[in-house]
Design a protein around this ligand. Structure first.
Ligand code: PLP
Length: 469
């Protein structure tokens, strides 16, 4: 045990580890390493299965892990929606990992519990909520969306579902056909079934067609459904499209339905004067989800769930755990597990708080603006090339496009684009992904790295051209 907890050994390898990570950051930023060191899953498994560290320093292991991981700090990383972390936030994550405060009750995280309240206030003010707003941090957008919808159910279901179950009620939610799959999953977890997920068609910009809402609600009622919530995407995962939040808020108010905004990716635009108009109406939502590990430079995983009315934040889990809380019926803001799925939770607030302190709202605004601007630049480059086609004009830093040959059929065009994406990622030169929209395969980029330049994007398009020939 003494060897495991030796402070001198920790000090030595810790110093070396920071050097290793700083070297990696510099090499990635300068493009001196592959974005993704491509290896098949089976070969990767074979490597780690026979890995032997007996005679090596622990930093040899960390070096091997770093060299076999995807490098988000590389300016040619443009794949899934996860931030290259602000180095200071990575240091905070180390503090969180080391102190390991459990967060369920106040004593198990006094500093990080109070900091969490400060962080939530920061989000609530940027959304435009009044002082009665409140919320908490939780482990990811998926869990946060489910938590918000559970709160919506406890407010809008006819009976106390937590005690009595659904008792014959047919509950449903309304959501855009382009919403992230976790919303569909949340409704199924809550027992709504496929019929309880009313998917609203999207327009040519992949936004919910709000003019269909009244009709759809009427039909649902005729079929015996009670719609408890409508979920807006701000923005969608596939194309980065923002639903019209004001129009959805009007609908929700008219029909007394809970209005939830899934801003896991694009909610971060609340910090930007330039782009916050994309979120016009967000302050009218009953609940909002924003992922900090997506567009706010925070190490995974950390999500803010903010409620317009703090009372609703306590409604999700109406169950008692007397050994944890003095009076389960009391609203004790400082005993966070009363409101979250997690019992034990990481000290996530400190990862964000250090950036708030050092860089302020402006730091978050600059990150969002740099990347959303880059999305527009990339769209311009794509439109200059006749063999390429945009799925839609980007509203954010998510840009979908494809190589399109009018003389070939859909299957052949799809095959060509899938082949291009696989060849590119195996080369290690760029990392991009693909998505299928209305049966058509598109190359999908999320411009996550603020050091990606126009010439990186030109190089990507040239490579696509080369691969295709
Ligand atoms: C719009 C949206 N909602 C929810 C999620 C899920 O978030 P998480 O990966 O944090 O669970 C994603 C992830 O891509 C997303 O884009």
């Amino acid at each position: 045990m003494k060897q495991i907890y030796d402070s001198q050994a920790f000090r030595k390898s810790g110093h070396e580890l920071i050097d290793l990570l700083a070297d990696h950051l510099a090499a990635a930023q300068q493009g001196k390493i592959p974005v993704l060191p491509w290896e098949t899953p089976d070969n990767q498994f074979a490597f780690w299965e026979k890995y032997d560290l007996e005679d090596s320093e622990v930093n040899t292991l960390f070096k091997d892990i770093i060299e076999r991981s995807i490098a988000l700090n590389h300016p040619r990383y443009a794949g899934h929606q996860i931030s290259p972390v602000a180095p200071v936030a990575a240091l905070a994550a180390l503090v969180a990992a080391f102190m390991n405060n459990g967060m369920g009750v106040y004593e198990m995280g006094p500093a990080s519990t109070a900091i969490e309240k400060v962080v939530i206030k920061f989000f609530a003010e940027a959304i435009g909520y009044e002082a009665v707003a409140d919320g908490f941090l939780t482990s990811g957008g998926t869990l946060a969306n489910l938590t918000a919808l559970l709160a919506a159910r406890s407010v809008h279901a006819h009976t106390d579902v937590w005690q009595a179950g659904h008792a014959g009620q047919k509950l449903a939610i309304m959501v855009s056909a382009e919403a992230h799959y976790c919303v569909d999953r949340a409704a199924r977890i809550m027992g709504f079934g496929e019929e309880g997920i009313l998917k609203i068609e999207t327009n040519d910009r992949f936004q919910m067609q709000t003019e269909l809402l009244d009709n759809q609600l009427e039909k649902a009622k005729e079929n015996g459904f009670q719609v408890i919530a409508i979920v807006a995407s701000a923005c969608t995962t596939s194309t980065g499209s923002y639903d019209d939040l004001d129009a959805i808020a009007d609908f929700a108010e008219r029909h007394e339905v809970w209005f939830h905004v899934d801003g896991a990716h694009g909610g971060a635009a609340i910090f930007s004067e330039k782009y916050k108009s994309l979120l016009r109406g967000i302050h009218r939502a009953n609940s909002v989800v924003i992922d900090c590990h997506k567009m706010l430079m925070t190490p995974a995983i950390m999500t803010a769930l903010i409620f317009k009315n703090s009372q609703n934040a306590y409604k999700t889990f109406n169950q008692k755990a007397q050994y944890l809380w003095k009076e389960a019926a009391d609203e004790e803001w400082y005993n966070l597990a009363k409101r979250t799925f997690e019992c034990t939770k990481e000290m996530m607030s400190i990862k964000f708080f250090c950036m708030m302190q050092l860089y302020g709202k402006q730091g978050f605004a600059r990150y969002v603006e740099t990347l959303y601007d880059l999305g527009k630049t990339f769209a311009k480059l794509i439109k200059e090339r006749p063999q390429l086609e945009l799925a839609t004009e980007p509203a954010s830093n998510i840009v979908c496009f494809r190589v399109y040959h009018p003389e070939l059929d859909l299957n052949e065009n799809n095959r060509i684009n899938s082949h291009i994406r696989q060849t590119i990622i195996e080369s290690g030169e760029f990392y991009i992904v693909q998505t299928t929209l209305r049966n058509t395969v598109y190359l999908r980029t999320t411009l996550m790295n603020p050091f990606t330049t126009e010439s990186d994007l030109e190089a990507l398009l040239s490579m696509i051209n080369r691969v295709e020939m």
